[in-house]
Design a protein around this ligand. Structure first.
Ligand code: COA
Length: 221
């Protein structure tokens, strides 16, 4: 039987993840059934792009659903503001054993890739040999992750980004739409590579870099 899944979040990452899971089921991959969203903005019973809001995302509500056999995907990411989202994850009483990882069936993931809890790998992603995808990483449609690269916990890689080999991403780091990262680089905790950037240098913690070649833009939260 499919594992019942609730997405913490809503419009944006939450709704696209919900649809990707439904699409996987249509293709015969029935591991998960999306039951709805918990968030702090929607009204109970409201449909967000076809998936219902079940309630607020309080610790009590999450605990109740977990005790009744539900598991979770934490879809909240804020580019340049990830630290707050990570604190929220722990305030809500969430832990890795309460999460599922979802890999869309059209993604190529090399057999020796390590995927931790809460990871979401969207359609047409490619992940090469010996990559390590850490807790709650979100990899959006069509992104490419090079071999031996390690994402950061709670990191986010936007659509069509190309992350080269042997890269070390920090906790809560973000790589923007269609950005490209040269191999062997490191991207610090809570740092951001802006959309379309071509990163050729290491980025320290809490910095936003943009452009081709990318340069420092400002400090990140
Ligand atoms: C890098 C980013 C976080 C900066 O956001 P911001 O701090 O609000 O920046 P602003 O829009 O105030 O722009 C500040 C300056 O940087 C420039 N800039 C912003 N983003 C840039 C980018 N990606 N590449 C080059 N220049 C950029 C702006 O043109 C502006 O330049 P100016 O001062 O000469 O006018 C944002 O632009 C970005 O790339 N976000 C990622 C989007 C994304 O990938 N989303 C994925 C989910 S859909």
């Amino acid at each position: 039987m499919a594992q019942k899944v609730i997405i913490i979040g809503g419009k944006g990452s939450g709704t696209v993840i919900a649809e990707a899971i439904k699409d996987a089921a249509k293709r015969g991959y029935n591991d998960y059934a999306v039951e709805g969203f918990l968030n702090d903005t929607g009204k109970v019973g409201e449909s967000l792009d076809g998936t219902m809001v079940l309630g607020k995302h309080s610790k009590e509500t999450i605990g109740k659903y977990y005790d009744n056999g539900y598991k979770f995907i934490f879809s909240l990411h804020r580019i340049g503001g990830e630290e707050r989202m990570i604190s929220l994850f722990y305030e809500l009483g969430l832990s890795p054993d309460m999460l599922v990882s979802f890999v869309h069936p059209t993604a190529y993931v090399a057999p020796n890739v390590v995927i931790e809890a809460g990871v979401v790998i969207m359609p047409y992603v490619m992940i090469s040999s010996a990559a390590h995808i850490l807790l709650n990483t979100l990899i959006m449609t069509g992104a490419t992750i090079g071999h031996n690269t390690c994402t950061g916990e709670f990191s986010h890689i936007a659509s069509q980004a190309v992350v080269g080999a042997y890269i070390k991403m920090g906790k809560g780091s973000n790589i923007g739409l269609n950005a490209t990262v040269l191999e062997y680089l490191s991207i610090g905790d809570y740092s951001v590579v802006g959309m379309g950037g071509v990163l050729t240098k290491n980025v320290p913690n809490r910095q936003i870099w943009v452009g081709n070649p990318s340069h420092f833009l400002r400090i990140s939260e």
